[in-house]
Design a protein around this ligand. Structure first.
Ligand code: GDP
Ligand code: MG
Length: 162
């Protein structure tokens, strides 16, 4: 079976935009309104001649209620079953309490986790992105999913983790 790379993180950090960038086509739904992706959706992707599934998830939040609880649970299933995880955070915001809660959850599993600092559209944001070392997941891989900056290097790292 093809390995699965799950893309997880809190709402609005750019998970679906990153999934589309990895696919090289616009298939995952990107929205300014959080909470559009309700389930786990897998798409076939390839990079450097290797094929894998990339799984988009809805925004993960601790202590979610109602529909958001369903969304969060689906993201948790993705975190528990993937072969590698991309934890996406918004570099323009920095580490939030929700990001820290996601890190604690992911630390309990043995699945490799790559920290993605998204929205690094220019060098100015790189300085803010460097503060994300504080999450304890190692080097934040700086990307701009919207512009494609850094995503090739990220995919090289993803393949190395699979
Ligand atoms: P999701 O909720 O995590 O799936 O986030 P989306 O992919 O739907 O994106 C949420 C918002 O962030 C949208 O308005 C995107 O256009 C925007 N966004 C995503 N990636 C980037 C990026 O690299 N740079 C900037 N400036 N905005 C981005
Ligand atoms: Mg989304």
């Amino acid at each position: 079976a093809m390995p699965t790379v799950a893309v997880v993180g809190r709402p609005n950090v750019g998970k679906s935009t990153l999934v589309n960038r990895i696919l090289g086509r616009r298939e995952a739904v990107v929205e300014d309104v959080p909470g559009v992706t309700r389930d786990r959706i897998s798409y076939e992707a390839s990079w450097a001649g290797r094929r894998f599934l990339v799984q988009d998830t809805g925004g993960w939040e601790p202590d979610a209620k109602g529909l958001q609880q369903h969304v969060a649970r689906q993201a948790e299933v993705a975190m528990e079953t993937a072969d590698a995880i991309l934890l996406v955070v918004d570099a323009t915001v920095g580490a939030t309490a929700t990001d820290e809660a996601a890190v604690r959850k992911l630390r309990r599993s043995k699945i490799p986790v790559i920290l993605v600092a998204n929205k690094v559209d220019d060098q100015k944001v790189e300085i803010e992105a460097a503060t994300l070392w504080s999450l304890g997941l190692g080097e934040p891989r700086m990307v701009s999913a919207a512009h494609g900056r850094g995503t090739g290097d990220l995919l090289d790292d993803v393949l190395a983790a699979l």
